[in-house]
Write a protein that binds this ligand. Structure first.
Ligand code: BG6
Length: 496
């Protein structure tokens, strides 16, 4: 068991005034302080450009914690964390500031007893990753002598394979690979961690977890929100780079990888990489029409409220061709899954906020008595990732009574019903892991490389096609072509 109390360190967040810091990182630290896992010797330094005093900044953070933390604010716990938080003003790309930042951190280190350990968290626009990392190096802030310095990089990790490789080479020229934590917050979700136990801890599941018994596997990650205030970033990424390259492919890899030889992070990563490399590239002619793109239009709701089209949102190009929805039919060229389709979809402004995986098992042969009885459904194993967390299995049974009628019944395990809907948020888990130097829930460079290589093949195939946007209404499950894609193969989406 790892130590419950984490190692002393200065947690330095570049991007202190950004959304991520306010909505996720500081509330996560607050929850960790309530759980009593943070060390006494801790300092949190938030670096940003805006002219706040530490006092003003702390007050702003209290509002965020009140709004976004899963525990209610307790004065003693907040005061404990508050006095450890500092705001440091500087221009992030400018080299000069790092010299004084370094001196200031060293001074703080003495006072706080943080032993030279630093966790640098880059919660900034991707264009700043390189200058920050190089400046840390130039100013001797990454030494790793008698102390440790680690870096946490937020997504997007590059824009394609080429830019990601370049970024990786810059980062690894400064930080040794074992000190680089590429964060994908989906990997911190409770049910993604549970997937391995469900798969490999149950003989009934693992023995039928292959294309001989499963007809197709579907992954849905739906959101009701639109692009919100992230126009600049989203315009250049779209659903393909924002969701598929990272979260969806990571989730798919956990669903489909081979059993690892152990649960240590290297073995798990090895299996995920092997699976990601086995995905057939989508720019091959045979996959024409297997990738569907969508962009939401405008909607008028009951009561007269208007939902703006993507192209009308603040900061978005009125002729934008950025996709806010994507649906794919994917094949993996390996023994376990050969020929069996994976269907993946994700989008903004869909009917509900939900993420789930459906394993649809093959139907029984239409023989004997079943043929004439209506109501037979394929068995479904559903893994619900969020907002509810749980697993259900549905199967056919006879309805009680004189008649021979078939009905679908369900065995259902609702995990967050049992745990009072308060399981630790991804960021808490991932921050704790980075502090204790556990890479298990972070993506390796090889995984990122393999997923970009696949995503690039989609982007290349799109270059040959024209799109006509907008093509779906807010509150629907994306463009009709998404349903048509599955219908072509005798399937349909399970809208749960
Ligand atoms: C982020 C994406 O990584 O994940 C967002 O950039 C998306 O566009 C978010 O909304 C979804 O995360 P979650 O945990 O709310 O499903």
């Amino acid at each position: 068991m790892p130590d419950r109390i984490l190692t002393p360190c200065i947690f330095t967040i570049f991007g202190g005034t950004g959304d991520l810091t306010r909505r996720k990182l500081i509330p996560a630290l607050y929850n960790m302080s309530v759980d009593g896992v943070l060390p006494e010797e801790l300092a949190v330094v938030c670096v940003g450009r805006r002219p706040y005093s530490t006092c003003e900044y702390r007050d702003i953070l209290l509002e965020s914690v009140t709004k976004h933390s899963r525990y209610p604010v307790r004065t003693d716990k907040w005061e404990w964390l508050r006095e450890r938080i500092h705001y440091y003003r500087m221009d992030l790309p400018e080299s000069e500031g790092y010299l004084s930042l370094k001196a200031w951190l060293e001074e703080l280190d003495e006072k706080a007893g943080t032993r030279g350990n630093r966790l640098f968290y880059l919660a900034v626009a991707p264009s700043l990753f390189e200058p920050i990392v190089l400046n840390l190096h130039r100013h001797g802030m990454v030494t790793n002598h008698g102390s440790w310095q680690r870096v946490v990089i937020e997504k997007p990790f590059g824009r394609d394979l080429k830019s990601a490789s370049y970024l990786n080479s810059v980062i690894e020229s400064v930080f040794p690979p074992e000190n680089v934590f590429r964060i994908d917050h989906y990997l911190g979700k409770e049910m993604l961690r549970n997937l391995m136990v469900i798969r490999f801890g149950n003989a009934v599941f693992e023995s039928i977890w292959n294309s001989r018994y499963i007809d197709n596997i579907q992954i849905t990650a739906a959101e009701t929100d639109g692009v919100e205030n992230r126009a600049g970033y989203y315009e250049s990424s779209g659903a393909l780079r924002d969701m598929l390259q990272s979260h969806l492919l990571q989730l798919l890899a956990l669903v489909a990888m081979e059993p690892p030889i152990s649960l240590d992070y290297k073995s798990v990563r090895d299996e995920k990489v092997k699976f990601l490399r086995s995905l057939l590239k989508m720019d091959d002619e045979i996959f024409r029409g297997h990738t569907i793109r969508g962009q939401y239009g405008e909607a008028l709701l009951d009561g007269g409220r208007i939902i703006k089209a993507y192209r009308q949102e603040a900061g978005i190009d009125p002729a934008s061709n950025t996709e806010t929805f994507i649906a794919l039919r994917i094949l993996a060229g390996n023994f376990r899954w050969g020929g069996m389709p994976f269907y993946l979809r994700t989008g903004k402004r869909l009917p509900k906020k939900t993420t789930y995986v459906v394993l649809e098992f093959k139907s029984m042969p239409e023989i004997l008595y079943f043929k004439e009885y209506k109501g037979m459904q394929p068995n479904l194993l559903v893994v619900r990732i969020q907002p509810e967390e749980g697993v259900s299995f549905s199967f056919n049974a006879k309805k009680p009574g004189q008649e021979f009628e078939i009905t679908t019944v369900k065995m259902d395990y609702c995990q967050n019903c049992d745990y009072e809907n308060n399981s630790p948020e991804s960021y808490e888990r991932l921050l704790a892991d980075a502090l204790r130097n556990d890479q298990t829930l972070f993506a390796s460079w090889e995984e990122i490389e393999a997923s970009w290589s696949f995503v690039d093949s989609i982007a290349r195939s799109w270059e040959k096609e024209t799109v006509s946007f907008p093509n779906y209404a807010p509150g629907t499950w994306g463009p009709p072509a998404s349903d048509e894609l599955l219908a072509r193969y005798g399937h349909h989406w399970w809208n749960l």
